[in-house]
Write a protein that binds this ligand. Structure first.
Ligand code: ZN
Ligand code: ZN
Length: 345
């Protein structure tokens, strides 16, 4: 008789998930302090939303249909949505083209900047990566538009627990992966679902019933590019483990926004300084691209502050200025040989 495998430390009995690191032991209690945060929101002075011209939109420079053998192109559509072009492979991350991140189309968090480029401008998409179920990430109208544009067979890769939601949208080509599970693509790459210190909730009763993750993309060939896409994550020791198992990376895309008030948000999101520490944990090499800022009002900080603090932290740590790429909305970062050069559209 086959012996039952021990339950992974991020799985709870009954099917829910948790963050297994000692530094995350208090996260659920902190996230439960919602009334205290709401009170602070009402009583503290919160920096205003940015003026529209404070976040200029660039013209994307995507490769049509694909980029060449020596390059990587990453186009920031806004928030956590990236169109990633590796030699022979076009990937989309957490696709979100809707005007609001909300369960209801007409109310809720509105974008500061329209998603750019438009979904219709994308070249072919080979696969879509999803990180977790918060409303600023998987977006029902965008899923339906992608099905319309690229067909019902467009492959989706998700952490555990998403197939049913996708089936309700008649999207069935969905592979669910647990942390550290990988899947080989016919384009010559391996996708690995990697840990993140975060959580899930789509409805008030569904907390942590679905898993959350980040993603590593590695080439099956010896010399191909390796990418780490950090999704939403608080800081924890998982970055070191991801580097040990799957690094070094030619490019790291890491979240830098949604961090204040710190006492509450440090259980869910990194601040820019922690994102730089995560980059150092991930091997301190390759390009750094920030994400998850300047698009939706999620938290208390000035929405324009994250890249300012990021640049300051980058300089203070003595990191190579040529490896830091802070794209505008819609901008394409083009990387060649180790992420050291960029041509921006
Ligand atoms: Zn989230
Ligand atoms: Zn988010």
């Amino acid at each position: 008789m086959a012996r039952e495998r021990p339950r992974p430390t991020h799985h709870l009995p009954g099917g829910r998930f948790r963050n297994p690191w000692p530094e995350a032991a208090d996260d659920d209690r902190i996230r439960g302090e919602f009334r205290k945060v709401a009170w602070e929101w009402l009583t503290k002075s919160i920096p205003p939303d940015p003026q529209p011209d404070a976040l200029p939109v660039a013209t994307a420079d995507m490769a049509h249909p694909r980029c060449d053998d020596a390059e990587t192109r990453i186009t920031w559509v806004g928030h956590a949505t990236h169109f990633v072009q590796l030699p022979g492979l076009n990937l989309l991350t957490d696709p979100m083209w809707s005007p609001r991140a909300s369960p209801v189309a007409s109310v809720g968090r509105a974008r500061f900047v329209a998603a750019a480029p438009g979904l219709e401008a994308l070249p072919h998409v080979d696969a879509v990566l999803l990180s977790h179920d918060h409303y600023d990430h998987p977006d029902r109208p965008t899923v339906l538009r992608l099905r319309e544009r690229f067909g019902a067979d467009l492959p989706w890769f998700t952490p555990l627990g998403y197939k049913r939601w996708f089936a309700s949208l008649d999207v069935r080509n969905v592979a669910e992966l647990d942390w550290w599970e990988g899947c080989d693509l016919p384009q010559g790459y391996r996708l690995v679902a990697t840990p993140a210190r975060h959580w899930t909730r789509r409805t008030p009763w569904s907390t942590n019933q679905r898993l959350w993750c980040s993603w590593a993309v590695t080439s099956l060939g010896a010399a191909g590019p390796r990418l780490y896409w950090g999704a939403d994550s608080a800081y924890a020791s998982h970055f070191k483990e991801i580097y040990a198992r799957l690094g070094p990376f030619d490019a790291c895309v890491l979240p830098i926004g949604a961090y204040d008030p710190r006492w509450f948000m440090s259980a869910s999101h990194m601040n820019p300084e922690e994102a730089v520490t995560a980059y150092e944990d991930l091997g301190r090499s390759g390009a750094f691209l920030p994400s998850h800022w300047g698009t939706f009002r999620l938290t208390f900080e000035d929405p324009l502050e994250p890249p300012v603090r990021l640049r300051a932290a980058w300089e203070a740590r003595g990191l190579d200025e040529g490896l830091l790429h802070v794209p505008r909305h819609g901008e394409t970062v083009q990387l060649r040989s180790g992420g050291s050069t960029s041509a921006k559209g």
